[in-house]
Design a protein around this ligand. Structure first.
Ligand SMILES: *Cc1c(COP(=O)(O)O)cnc(C)c1O
Length: 388
């Protein structure tokens, strides 16, 4: 047993203490805290769908039909008919044979990686992968190794050194969640094919955002390879909650039988299935949300770079501003907060030490005036704190 108070004190001294604050939502670009309204730049609700009327009414009518809870796990009696409809839609959206919905993106990664990786298997993970991938891979029976961020030569060296009989899975984010850059998927898939490995692609941030109609990183690079297992969430651009795997039927049948975090938990509330289905249908019919998001992203990346900030190679609507120390990132974030902008600092261990940052995530629902206000505050506070 550790000294709990002392550990918390130590985190506070290092500016690494994390605390929960109540956040009320008014519209998707504004939040309320302690009775004050703030302009929000830290939500993954990229397309503004979390409070879209079409999703809300789909969820409400599912509640009227099926109630608020599923009552049991999917293999017992919780498998609402909406699951089959949603899974068919997700498979079609991701251009795969089949798909399987889990209760969250996090448990998708824990469950799928845990089921796929066997003792002695090699799991090769990008150094900047999301914590849920690292947790999933480390808790599995596989042997965990890390390659340098997006470094395909390093990855190839690791693949070529392995024993011939050793199975290997390459694990990568599609869009890296704290950097906003995109994985070199064509090269990774080429290596997977050359060295007979699988690719586990976490498209939490790419689903709804990247590729035609937001189909994700495979679509963006025009990749259709049976070597790729695609994972996504219903919780970010799709506006609701839940995770999924899109892959061939055989793998899906296997996960239904072997993934503990799928088997031993109550099914999702039917309202979330209904809203996810409405989201998938909406973004395939109407590309205007995504177009607006990318228009904002191009503008903000260009302006912030011109101000002299380091955006760490961002290519997407996730735009980090590297500040270095946790203390500076906290000070910058607090100043923005004083000015009415909500943009929390991202600190270690979420990001490597010495690379604390602000992480802007844009939404289609931000207005040009709101974005210009953010840019003028970044310039003002950046100069005041002498980081530009
Ligand atoms: C958010 C996130 C997850 C977890 O998804 P949830 O649905 O929020 O549990 C997994 N992977 C990545 C890369 C993420 O950013």
């Amino acid at each position: 047993m550790s000294n709990i108070q002392e550990e918390l004190n130590a985190l506070e001294r290092k500016h690494l203490l994390r605390q929960l604050t109540a956040v009320g939502f008014a519209t998707s670009a504004h939040i309320q805290q302690d009775g004050k309204s703030y302009l929000l730049f830290s939500s993954n609700n990229y397309l503004g769908l979390a409070n879209h009327p079409v999703l809300k009414s789909a969820a409400i009518s599912a509640i009227e039909t099926w109630g608020v809870g599923a009552g049991a796990s999917r293999l017992v009696s919780g498998n609402c008919p909406l699951y089959a409809v949603l899974e068919a839609a997700l498979a079609q959206f991701k251009c795969t044979e089949s798909s399987l919905v889990f209760n969250s993106g996090y448990t998708t990664n824990i469950g799928a990686l845990g089921a796929i990786l066997k003792r002695g298997d090699l799991v090769l993970s990008d150094r900047l992968n999301h914590a849920s991938l690292i947790d999933g891979a480390r808790r599995s029976e596989g042997t965990f190794r890390v390659y340098h961020h997006k470094d395909v030569s390093h990855l190839e060296a690791m693949l070529s050194r392995r024993r011939q009989s050793q199975a290997a899975v390459i694990v990568t984010d599609g869009i890296f969640s704290m950097e906003g850059d995109i994985a070199p998927l064509p090269e990774i898939v080429r290596l997977a094919e050359a060295y007979d490995a699988l690719v586990y692609l976490d498209d939490a941030h790419a689903t709804g955002v990247l590729g035609s109609h937001g189909r994700g990183t495979c679509d963006h690079f025009h990749i259709t390879s049976p070597k790729v297992i695609q994972m996504g969430t219903l919780s970010k651009a799709l506006g609701g909650f839940g995770g999924f795997i899109a892959a061939n039927r055989l793998l899906i049948d296997y996960l239904v039988n072997k993934a503990g975090p799928f088997i031993y938990t109550t099914a999702l509330p039917p309202s979330l299935l209904a809203s996810a289905l409405a989201a998938i249908n909406l973004i395939q019919k109407d590309d205007s949300f995504r177009k607006k998001l990318w228009q904002h992203a191009g503008y903000v990346r260009q302006k912030i770079t011109a101000l002299g900030f380091d955006i760490l190679g961002s290519e997407t609507p996730i735009i980090p501003i590297r500040l270095g120390s946790s203390e500076m990132a906290m000070a910058f974030s607090r100043r923005l907060f004083d000015e009415g902008v909500y943009l929390p600092a991202i600190r270690p261990p979420t990001v490597p030490s010495g690379s604390a940052r602000l992480r802007i995530s844009l939404m289609a629902t931000h207005t040009q005036e709101e974005i210009d206000l953010l840019l003028s505050l970044l310039e003002k506070i950046g100069k005041e704190l002498r980081v530009i």
